[in-house]
Every structure is written in structure tokens, then in C-alpha cells.
Ligand binder design. Structure first.
Ligand SMILES: NC(=O)c1ccc[n+]([C@@H]2O[C@H](COP(=O)([O-])OP(=O)(O)OC[C@H]3O[C@@H](n4cnc5c(N)ncnc54)[C@H](O)[C@@H]3O)[C@@H](O)[C@H]2O)c1
Length: 274
């Protein structure tokens, strides 16, 4: 096993497209043996699961599209080394959402993340802990598993007209920290990745709405309704959005032996946006 290898079994929710798909692909390239592309869009999840076989590096690599609706409670019966909670629901863009809209977003983003986490922790805590010996001869404990929650820079701050989404992203970062405390005695790691604009369909829809209705944060106010690409160029120090697989590479780091002492972290990916 190399320093950034991630052998074993991974369950990635929201993997039919966007960031979840990018994460699953990065894990496939990093040597994960089996990846479950879980999504409520089962057909949508089967296609990327099949495509990932082209660049997977593990011998006998297996991948599956799996129907999972985070609104429901299901048990997990297979062993899992890495859980990535990436599925998301996004509310209408209104200043104060209707309560039904709010509840719907929380039931997927917050409650759904907790349900999947509970089911997987029940499995992980019974697994054998793993170890890793680096080329220098240093042997370290990797624990029984690793959980990574995909949150956002909006877990730390706020923008207008996204109350339900922002509440859910703050909540999932809190769930990450509290869960990490609770499962550390079982040597299970739990951290979060906190990206800003990632190039997915959600990002395009989000920016088009914000540009259309001129909904900006104070630091964005100088930029008045330009097209999406110009907006990003002006707002992001690196002049571009994040690629889904770049998020995947950071998740791969959090799952790999290279981060064996990292736990309860919220890793920001914002290229220096203030
Ligand atoms: N795109 C961005 O700019 C950005 C920025 C920061 C954080 N994020 C976070 O990254 C994650 C993924 O976002 P994305 O841009 O890839 O979104 P996306 O809309 O492209 O993908 C979301 C996936 O979740 C699935 N999903 C939705 N409801 C589900 C349910 N009930 N059960 C199972 N699966 C369900 C969808 O089918 C889809 O495949 C989210 O947690 C989001 O909050 C995104």
C-alpha cells in the first residue's frame, strides 16, 4: 500500500453526478477495491459506476450503482472502509423558506447524513483495525474506517436567500465534529471537506439564480450581474471553480494513510476567497 492509496470498500452517496461522482472516481484511481455509487437516481448511478472501471487501479475492481434515498432508513450489511456523505437537496432561493421546503432540505442533507452515518458506524465498529507501515519503517494505526462529509464554506458563513441549505451545512459540520468525538474510541475517523464553487450542475444553477436576482454577498457587490465565467474569474483568486475530482483528491487524502492523525477536521477548499 502506498501513502495515498485507499484500498478497501467505499460507499459514496450522491455519486450519480457532480462532486459525489468526482470523489468516487478519485477513490477508484487511488486503488479502492470496491465502490458503491449510491444515489436516489439509480440509473444515473449505474453509468458512472461502469465508467469508473476504465481508470480504477485495484486488481479485481468492482463498482455498483445502488439505490439509496436518504429520506429513508436502511441498514448496511457489508463491510465498509470509507463512507463519503455527498448527496444533497437544495431549497428554493427565498429569503425565508416555507417550513415544508426547510423540512425537506433538512430531511436529506442533515437527517439523511446522520442515518447513513449511523448505519455505517454500526458496521465499522465491528471491523478489524488496520495499520500502515511507511517506507521509513514508521508503523501507524489507521483505525476501523473513515467518514468524510461533504459540506461547504457555507458551513462557516452565510450568503443571502439560502437559509435552509446554509442551516443544513452548518448542522452537518457540527454533526461531523460531534460524531468524531463519539466514534474516536472505536478508532473511526470523521472529518469534513468544505469547498466553495465546484463545477457541477448545482453550481451553475446556483450562480445563474444569484446573478439573475443580483443576490450577492458584500464582497461580491462590486461584480454586477456578469455571466457565470466572468463572475468566477473576478470572485475567485485562482480565477476558476473547483473541479469535482479536485474535491475527490482531497477526500482521498482524508481517507488515506497520509492523514492518519487527522480527525474532526473541516478542510476548506476556497482558493483564498475572503
Ligand atoms: N457544487 C458546489 O458548488 C458545491 C459547493 C460546496 C459544497 N457542495 C456540496 O457538495 C455536495 C454535492 O453537490 P453537487 O454540486 O455535486 O450536487 P449535484 O446536484 O450535482 O449532485 C447531488 C447528488 O445527490 C443526489 N441526491 C439528491 N437527493 C438524494 C436523496 N434523497 N438520496 C440520495 N441521493 C440524493 C442527486 O441525485 C445527485 O446525484 C453537496 O453536499 C453540496 O452541498 C457543492
Amino acid at each position: 500500500m502506498e501513502f495515498v492509496d485507499t484500498p478497501g470498500v467505499a460507499l459514496v452517496t450522491g455519486a450519480a453526478k457532480g462532486i459525489g461522482r468526482g470523489i468516487a472516481n478519485a477513490l477508484a484511481a487511488a486503488g479502492t477495491n470496491t465502490i458503491i455509487f449510491a444515489d436516489n437516481d439509480e440509473n444515473g448511478a449505474r453509468a458512472p459506476a461502469a465508467v469508473s472501471k476504465k481508470f480504477a487501479t485495484a486488481e479485481n475492481y468492482q463498482s455498483f450503482g445502488w439505490l439509496v434515498d436518504l429520506a429513508d432508513q436502511d441498514g448496511v450489511e457489508i463491510s465498509i472502509d470509507y463512507l463519503v456523505n455527498g448527496a444533497v437537496d437544495v431549497a428554493q432561493h427565498t429569503s425565508i423558506p416555507g417550513i415544508a421546503d426547510y423540512d425537506c432540505v433538512q430531511s436529506i442533507n442533515t437527517r439523511g447524513t446522520l442515518l447513513v452515518t449511523q448505519a455505517v458506524v454500526n458496521v465499522m465498529e465491528k471491523q478489524e483495525p488496520r495499520t500502515f507501515k511507511s517506507l521509513t519503517g514508521f508503523e501507524r494505526e489507521l483505525g476501523r474506517g473513515c467518514i468524510v462529509n461533504v459540506v461547504s464554506t457555507l458551513s462557516f458563513t452565510a450568503v443571502p436567500a439560502k437559509v435552509a441549505y446554509i442551516a443544513s451545512k452548518h448542522a452537518v459540520l457540527s454533526i461531523t465534529k460531534a460524531t468524531a468525538q463519539d466514534i474516536a474510541p472505536y478508532f473511526i475517523h470523521c472529518s469534513a471537506i468544505c469547498p466553495r464553487w465546484v463545477c457541477t450542475s448545482m453550481y451553475v444553477a446556483e450562480l445563474q439564480i444569484r446573478i439573475r436576482y443580483c443576490i450577492y454577498t458584500i464582497s461580491e457587490c462590486a461584480i454586477w450581474a456578469p455571466p457565470v465565467a466572468d463572475f468566477i474569474k473576478a470572485a475567485v483568486p485562482l480565477s476558476r471553480p473547483i473541479g469535482p475530482e479536485e474535491v475527490g483528491d482531497s477526500v482521498m487524502y482524508l481517507c488515506s494513510p497520509a492523514s492518519s492523525y487527522v480527525n474532526r477536521a473541516g478542510l476548506p477548499m476556497h482558493a483564498g476567497i475572503v
